[in-house]
Design a protein around this ligand. Sequence first.
Ligand SMILES: NC(=O)c1ccc[n+]([C@@H]2O[C@H](COP(=O)([O-])OP(=O)(O)OC[C@H]3O[C@@H](n4cnc5c(N)ncnc54)[C@H](O)[C@@H]3O)[C@@H](O)[C@H]2O)c1
Length: 339
Amino acid sequence: MKLFVTGGAGFIGSNFVRHILGANPQDTVLNFDLLTYAGDRSSLSDIERDYPDRYAFIQGDIADANFIEKLFATHLPDVVVNFAAESHNSRAVLDPSKFVQTNIVGTQVLLEGARRAGIGRFHHISTCEVYGDLPLDARQSFREDSPYRPRTPYNASKAAADHLVRAYHETFGLPTTISNSSNNYGPYQFPEKVIPLFITNALRDLPLPIYRHSENRREWIHVDDHCRALALILERGRPGDTYNVGTGEELSIEELADAVLAELRKPQGLKTYVDDRPGHDRRYLLDHSKIQSELGWTPQVQVREGLAATVRWYRDHRVWWESKVWSRDLDESAWARLT
Ligand SMILES: NC(=O)c1ccc[n+]([C@@H]2O[C@H](COP(=O)([O-])OP(=O)(O)OC[C@H]3O[C@@H](n4cnc5c(N)ncnc54)[C@H](O)[C@@H]3O)[C@@H](O)[C@H]2O)c1
């Protein structure tokens, strides 16, 4: 299979490229990525070295219609897998327009290119956050047919993209699939997201900034489990369908900070409480019984073990993240200045 992967220099995309090339010796990957602050070609430097005939990289913007049309015509991919996105909620509060441009316009450009080129499968990576949030004591979880109620500009841009993907299937018959996954963690995640932020701060004895509503919970999935789910959906997912990819394993932000500090034997005093981001969702939880019963997927990594392995990975890969923490330009106290 010839895969055209967008956003493959980012966190989940780079893990997916490594997974698919390792698991399927016949597959080739063209990785198309703009290399924003969140993209790093070096995350796949071993792949570039080891698979020169099966892997190639091209820098570009998914919203560049002419370039996409030309690439689809010359490379004739069997499958497009769209990871490319602006992905950080906090940045979307400060500058929503970039999220609209990449996540919505960029997805539509890819869909249109795929439709014109007659591509056999378009898989779109989405998030649990499109469904909105749940009360902390809720007993229900989000199913694939739950209503969309996004609460932040990032979530709204992902929701709009999902609607476009579905519309291209219904209107034009493009063979699309969508996966909505819970919060990922694992190696190569840019250290602005909460788990690598906590780990890289703790490793440097810096404070762990925790939003005051520290009881807010997330459902965590190790990126390897997510990649296995994506490979199955590409292999056996039904065109037109959506699959929730979750684990049922929840940890509050406070529990997460405690686990990171315990793993690194750092003091509790590093925890520092800061104002919540506006629109900070309380809780998400996915019902993932569909992918379990229809495709036979189950998560294999327990969150406590996966978290400990992730802490060790960041401890052992300082070169990968050190320059990124210095270039981190996000001012999380900027909410106070928003009206
Ligand atoms: N991280 C999570 O917990 C999570 C959970 C559910 C869904 N998702 C979704 O998974 C996908 C990947 O997330 P991630 O955490 O790996 O994100 P990331 O920010 O680590 O990576 C995004 C990648 O997209 C690239 N990119 C950005 N704009 C682009 C453009 N216009 N054209 C081409 N490339 C562009 C970046 O350079 C980067 O390499 C996103 O669509 C995100 O919404 C993420």
